[in-house]
Structure formats: C-alpha cells, structure tokens
Ligand binder design. Structure first.
Ligand code: ADP
Ligand code: MG
Length: 292
C-alpha cells in the first residue's frame, strides 16, 4: 500500500466515524473470513431493561427488588442499573449492602441487613449448590423469548427468577446481512445464557453461536476460529473484550465503549452502529483496489 492511498482511506473512514488506528488495520480488514461479534453492547444496546420478576414464596416482589437492588447498587454490570432503577421506580428504599463482590461471568453477592444475597446466572447458583429446579421451566421459556434469566438467592435459599431484556440495536440486522452477503462467516460470542443467545441469533439470522463463554475465554474462542489460518475480526465493546480484540487479526471496538477496549483495538467505530463494520471493510477493499 502506498502511504497516500492509506491516508485517503483512513480520512474517508474518519468522516464515517470509523477510525483505523494503523495502516495495517486498514489493509487487514479486507482479508478477513470470519467476523466474531460480542452480543451485549455490540449487537444489542447493552442497556438492558428489567423483564420479569418471579418471586418464590415467602419472598415478595418488593423484598426481592430491595435485596437484589441493594447488592446490584455495588455492581457495574449492565443489568445492575436496570434492577436498581426498577427498585427506585417502585418506591423502594435500598439498604446499603456490605461485602459486595462481583464474580465476573457469574453474578454478584453481598450482605444486606445481615442476609447473604446472591444474584446471577444459572451457573452461579449451580456453583453455589443452590437448586433452581422450581424456576427452571419459567427461566427457559423466557430465555427462548430472548430474556436473560438470572436467579436470586437469600441465605442460600432460592428467592426469585429475574430477567433482563436487551434490545438489538436498530442498525444490527442490516449490518449482519451485509457481512453475510459479503461472504463472511458471522459468529456470535457471548457470556450470556445459551438459550437467550440462540434466541437473539435466530432473529438476526446468525447460525453460529458460542454462548456462556467466560470473560477470560473469549480470547480462546477467537484463537479457535483462527485455526486453519483463517483471519478473524472480533467486534466488541467491553473491558472483558480486550484480550479477544488483541487476539483477533483485526480487533474492532464499537461505540463509546471503554478505553481498555479501544486501546486493544485496530479499528474503532465511534458511533456504536454495527453497520460501521461492513462500511470499514468496504473502505478497506476500495483503498487496496486503488493501490493496485
Ligand atoms: P455478557 O456481558 O456477555 O452478558 P458477562 O460475562 O458479563 O457476559 O455475564 C454473564 C452472565 O453472568 C450474565 O448474563 C448474567 O447472567 C450473570 N451476571 C454477571 N454479573 C451479574 C450481575 N451483577 N448481576 C446479575 N447477573 C450477573
Ligand atoms: Mg459486551
């Protein structure tokens, strides 16, 4: 590539909110065969709303929202805000939780009014030895409808099923279609529940899903996709995504995202609109065509 054509390409990209952090990034994108997409915050808005609260007797909705909201007030996970906001909207006063600890990829726990409260994915409950059988059927039905199921336990006793719903971004369906039309293999990679991930993938026409991937394992999934010398682009927004972004042949950080994600990326999409990916790829091809 001549330096001038790369400059023209990166300049045009910048107008579209696509920042290539190097000439190599601009050149690399056209040669990719696989695009791996994080779900939360990349395909979806990343701002989940509360879905359903299904308390288990003797717990009431208000008790569940109070205990769970108190613990989530100390969490930075996207679902935390939905829970805290709902508790506030329902006029509940949240006590201050102590000993709050996030368990990345699993959930969060803390102590509220002397009671141990644990909230998280089904696998968090499994790890704690808390049975979810009474609510599993409901959880699966809601997950099949695209909700993220979470369970709450109080002093080791199952207290509720709580779900979150994170809508797909408006530009996502078109972006996925454009990538597939360009002949790329599109893969969803997410820490979310398998059924939830598959429900979202189904609505987008994405056939390949890697779900319930722990934060530290996203990089390994990218590595797997690279087997046989395939060139893989990874698109993600979060802190958890930094190792996967670095592992990918081309790492694409989307949206305002986090500084950590942006630092590990080769391409930054300022707008958060996934259509920036096919746009960036088209620019990459056009620039290289100009060079030749
Ligand atoms: P992702 O961001 O891809 O959904 P994470 O690894 O952050 O993946 O989380 C995986 C799952 O762990 C979530 O879908 C949720 O079920 C659970 N989880 C993590 N943190 C929390 C939290 N603070 N409150 C409730 N559930 C949580
Ligand atoms: Mg994400």
């Amino acid at each position: 590539a001549t330096p001038t054509s790369v400059m023209v390409g990166t300049g045009r990209a910048a107008e579209l909110g696509v920042l290539f952090r190097s000439g190599a990034a601009l050149e690399g994108l056209q040669g990719t065969q696989v695009v791996a997409l994080d779900k939360t915050g990349t395909l979806t808005l990343g701002r989940p709303a509360l879905g359903e609260v299904r308390p288990q007797a003797p717990f009431t909705r208000a008790q569940v929202l109070t205990l769970v909201g108190a613990v989530e007030a100390g969490s930075e996970h996207p679902v935390a805000r939905a829970l805290v906001d709902t508790a506030a909207a329902e006029g509940l006063t949240l006590p201050v939780a102590t000993d709050v600890q996030a368990v990345p990829g699993f959930g969060v726990e803390g102590v509220v009014d002397g009671r141990r409260v644990q909230v998280g994915a089904g696998r968090f409950m499994a790890r704690l030895g808390i049975g979810t059988g009474a609510l599993d059927h409901e959880a699966q039905a809601l997950a099949d409808a695209g909700h993220t199921p979470m369970f709450a336990a109080v002093d080791g006793q199952l207290a509720a099923l709580v779900t979150a719903v994170d809508p797909v971004k408006p530009g996502t369906p078109e972006a996925v279609r454009a990538l597939q039309a360009a002949g790329l293999q599109v893969v969803m990679v997410t820490g979310d529940d398998r059924r939830t991930a598959q429900a979202v993938a189904r609505t987008l026409g994405i056939g390949e899903v890697r779900a319930e991937v722990l934060p530290e394992d996203k990089q390994r999934v990218v590595q797997e996709l690279q087997s046989g010398g395939r060139r893989v682009a990874f698109v993600g927004d979060g802190i958890n995504d930094a190792p996967a972004l670095a592992q990918a042949d081309v790492g694409v950080a989307i949206g305002t995202g986090t500084d950590v994600a942006a630092e590990s990326a080769d391409v930054i999409l300022m707008s958060g609109d996934l259509r920036g990916v096919p746009t960036a790829r088209a620019l990459s091809r056009a620039t290289l065509a100009n060079i030749r």
